[in-house]
Design a protein around this ligand. Structure first.
Ligand SMILES: [Zn+2]
Length: 436
């Protein structure tokens, strides 16, 4: 064996260089730094307790201590002053690749690359608004490319400042149904006849193929349009898939350990989707007593998207749901803004709206933190506790006293990396680029 002397100058230089490279790599890896966040208040979203003069210790992108007795000497202290620290918010219903300004024009004139670039900007403003996780529940651009999957990947790799993205790819819809892009575009027959790659499916076999296509190409949730809101010839909220068809999708997704969200507005379709085993009902505006009974029994979440209900209520006979009644009946609620129809970056308006419709500020915050994390099957986020991902925000004021505080997000951290900081010029997730 040819053993070289450790003391060899050449080996020593190589060894030192390697150590330097390793040290540099560790120090420049996202979130590798030891940080202490301190603020006047820290909200425990589970109990509603507000601790004073709080400190949160963050190491390697994870929370390792909350109000610890001592802090490491080399920790960098980030003083957030008279603000409230709380977990990063979760929006369970967004469409990053659409602006909502004109769905028809976007569907007909934008390609996948343009929609991806639009999505990068939507994702950035969403993160800056304090949302560190979102679920993207359907792309309307009629490309078989799953654009939000690419955005999720880019976010994960740190290419773009964006929330963590859980995505459904294309929603499953009947031909001419609620989430058929051709319906939104109003295209003539023979133009834009979409198939399972775009989520268009009209029977169990097609639904299974459409589900498998989304999952094959990276979808981490499945979305099905169980009912219309509007459709080419539909009544508001009418059922579009049978219970048997929805169940086939739920069972196929479950074989991949993936959950299903159902767009459902009218009570017959809501109840069929709940019985079929979906994880969440999106919108659910016309739910009835039987819906409430079934949802409580099955543990189905309601994502009420109330801000969009208000926005379109002049065009559709939609009653605003009484969320106090729904919550007190034991139905679990997760927050979803339907951003695209509402403005990307204004996601917190939905939380404000939920309070107007009867939830307490703490209940509305829970719907956007622990509730959403549970619905999404992501127990590593939504709370400020040791072991959780270091996804944290700080807001001006006290959100339990004034829920509008959630619209004043001053600090955003995702995975231990600071994207927005009061008084810091290098915000908006670009500090790494500047440092490089
Ligand atoms: Zn939507």
């Amino acid at each position: 064996m040819n053993v070289m002397s450790i003391g060899s100058p050449r080996i020593f230089r190589t060894h030192t260089l390697l150590l330097l490279i390793v040290a540099f790599a560790l120090s420049s890896a996202a979130g590798a730094e030891t940080l202490v966040l301190q603020a006047a208040r820290l909200l425990d979203v589970e109990t509603g307790d507000m601790s004073r003069n709080a400190r949160v210790l963050v190491v390697n992108g994870k929370i390792v201590g909350v109000n610890p007795e001592s802090i490491p000497q080399d920790a960098r202290i980030v003083d957030l002053g008279d603000r409230t620290l709380m977990p990063g918010l979760i929006d369970s219903h967004v469409h990053l690749t659409s602006s909502g300004a004109d769905f028809t024009r976007e569907i007909l004139t934008e390609n996948a690359a343009q929609a991806a670039l639009r999505g990068v900007e939507s994702a950035r403003v969403t993160l800056m608004a304090g949302f560190t996780t979102v679920r993207d529940v359907a792309q309307l651009i009629p490309s078989p490319i799953l654009i939000a999957v690419a955005l999720a990947d880019a976010s994960e790799k740190g290419w773009i400042p964006a929330p963590r993205i859980i995505t459904a790819g294309h929603a499953l819809s009947i031909t001419g149904g609620q989430i058929d892009p051709a319906m939104w575009a109003g295209s003539a027959e023979g133009v834009m006849n979409l198939g399972q790659e775009n989520g268009i499916a009209d029977n169990v076999d097609e639904l299974i193929k459409a589900t498998r296509f989304q999952i094959k190409h990276g979808a981490t949730f499945i979305k099905i349009a169980a009912t219309g809101l509007m459709s080419q010839h539909g009544v508001v909220g009418v059922q579009q898939y049978s219970e048997q068809e929805i169940r086939a999708v739920v069972e196929e997704a479950a074989r991949h350990n993936i959950r299903v969200a159902a767009h459902a507005v009218g009570p017959v379709g809501i109840n069929a989707a709940v019985r079929a085993g979906v994880t969440s009902i999106e919108h659910g505006w016309l739910l009835d007593d039987e819906s409430i009974r079934l949802m409580k029994k099955n543990g189905t979440y309601l994502v009420p998207t109330t801000a969009v209900a208000e926005a379109i209520s002049h065009d559709f006979p939609i009653e605003m749901p009484n969320l106090a009644r729904v919550a007190s009946a034991g139905v679990k609620i997760a927050m979803g803004s339907d951003a695209s129809v509402t403005r990307h970056g204004n996601n917190a308006n939905e939380i404000v709206m939920m309070v107007k419709l009867g939830l307490t500020p703490l209940q509305a915050i829970q719907a956007a933190t622990i509730g959403a994390a549970d619905m999404l099957g992501r127990p590593d986020r939504g709370r400020v506790e040791p072991g959780m991902l270091a996804d944290l925000i700080a807001v001006d004021g006290n959100p339990l006293e004034d829920i509008n505080a959630l619209s004043k997000v001053a600090f955003v951290m995702k995975g231990g990396k600071i994207y927005k900081q009061p008084g810091c010029f290098c915000h908006e997730g670009r500090q790494d680029l500047q440092a490089a």
